[in-house]
Each structure stands twice: as structure tokens, then as C-alpha cells.
Ligand binder design. Sequence first.
Ligand code: PMV
Length: 328
Amino acid sequence: MTTSVDNTASAIAHTNIALIKYWGKANEKLTIPYTGSISLTLDKFYTKTKVTFDSQLHADKLFVNGTEQTNLKKAARVLNRVRQLADTNSFAKIESENFVPTSAGFASSASAFAALAGASAAAAGLELDKPALSRLARLGSGSASRSIFGDFVEWLPGDNDENSFAQPLENVTLTDIAVVAVKVNAHQKTISSSEGMKSSAQTSPYYAEWQNVVNRDIVNLKHALTTNNFSLFGQISEANAMRMHALTLSSLPPFTYFEPGTLEVINEVQDLRAQGIECYYTIDAGPNVKILTQTANIPLIKDQLSKQFSPTKISVAHPGPGIEVIKH
Ligand code: PMV
């Protein structure tokens, strides 16, 4: 029997920065990755989304920061699953506010689809546990599966819809972590992460080895996190980011998310390290750079960066919380 629901709920989800990157889908329709990945949820960047299922609507409607969107393809994957689970045919109005620079490597899709999953499930009256919410968020965007949880999170790749979800990492003793985010460019990226990873998986001669590398990096990063070893944590994260970007450079045709400013920040990080200030960089599918460091180094890093970058381009984040769902 098909019923209609008429309900509203909101959710707040924070974005995450991948330390061991997800780059390639074994199943595009279900967003099943080839490899696992590890991320850190950040306190500073988040999305707040309100979903109302309304039996009077004739189609789903999506507003991001007040502007109506025409491409609802990814959102529809989440909403259709919710409708199927809740046994309803009502359409939804989604109002989303992004406190993240959109599409420039700050992974707004992670917080956006995690918030959409949490809000739409609650609005439809579903009571999903966190692994189920993670699976739902994954349908919108892979990295969103990790934004259901706070702090350090691992996405277990699985090989089907049921066993591909994220979970918090256990026994982490490395707690003094800060991220200095440098906004090199906030423009919309030209190659989406979906297109980019598809190209790399299909054409980079290094893709098969990437999968072995990720499996090793995951084991080593977990060791660093559970033995409070910041140096090892930074070295593995930085190397993994560059190995992912090597896949873009070795794709056919080759491409890169780097811009001149990206390389400038990399140079600054190397300079800071040479001065004995311990920090490492990581970069997602965009030009912006996140510097991984510890609290005591933040003023020194900001000082050095301020010689080249305006303070408005620099923000500091710390580990952030998991999803919060608010039923109206
Ligand atoms: O979740 P997507 O489709 O936006 O892809 C995310 C890809 C990276 O940010 C580069 C890596 C990751 O693990 O988040």
C-alpha cells in the first residue's frame, strides 16, 4: 500500500577531509568504491538542510542557499530510496544552507548529502541507525557516507549496498589535530570528482597499484592514530594525497586540480617544516589546500601564510561532530 507523508525535519552535518582518499567507483549506481578511505570530520564547515515531504508537490524541489537548483540527479537517488523505505510517493522540498565554499575541494557534497540523508529519512518518519544513514548518504556522494560520524571515520568499501558504509575509528589516541584550510580558489571546479575518478580508474596505468597502496596506507594510518604518532599520521596523509593526484596526472587525457596557488601553499608547508614547524598538506578534488598540524603551531603557520595569502582565505578547523537530526 502506498501512503503519503507530510512531514518536516532538519539535519546538520559537517564536512570531512579525506586523509586516505576515495578515488574510484566499482559500482557507479550504488557508489560502491574500489577501496576503503579514512577521513576527519571538521567543526568549521557544515550544511544545514530542511526537508518537507508534501503530498501537494508534483516534483522534488531543491534550494541551495536560497537558489533553486535544476540538477536534482544525486539528491533524487537519496530521496527515491527514502520513498521506497517509507512506502510513500510524496515529493519533497529541500532547503539547504551551505557553510562551506561550494565545489572547490572543501567537499561540500559530503556535508550536503549527509544532511539530506538525515533530514529526509526523519521527515519521512524512518528511524534509521547511523550505518543505515551512512548507506543512504553514500547514494548521493561517496564522501557523504563518512560525514554521518564525527572525528576520525573509516568507510568500509564493501561490495554491495548493505555492506558499504562508514564507521567511527576506534582506539584513537591522537587527539591534538588542527586543520589550517587555505582557499586558493573558490570557483566551481571543471572536472567533477565523479568524472575525475572515472577517468583515472579507466585510464591511469597506476590505478591497480593505487588499490594496493590504499590498503597499506589505511593500516599505517590506523597505527599512527592509535599510537598518538602525529609525524607518521602527517607523512602518510600527505603521501596518500599526492598519490591520488598522481592518478589525475597519469590519466588519459591528463588533468589536474592543482592551480599555481596550490603549489605555493605546498612550498610554504615545506618551508615551515624546514624551520622545524611540523605540518603536512592534503588536497581533495580541487585547488584548495588543508594543512594538518597541531594546536601549538597554528599561530606560526598563519603568520607565514599571511605573507602571501589574505587572512580571509585562511580558516582553522578542528575535529567536528557527527550528524544532528532535528524533528520539527
Ligand atoms: O564524494 P565525492 O564524489 O565528492 O568524492 C570525493 C573525492 C575526494 O574528496 C577527492 C576524496 C575523498 O575521499 O573524499
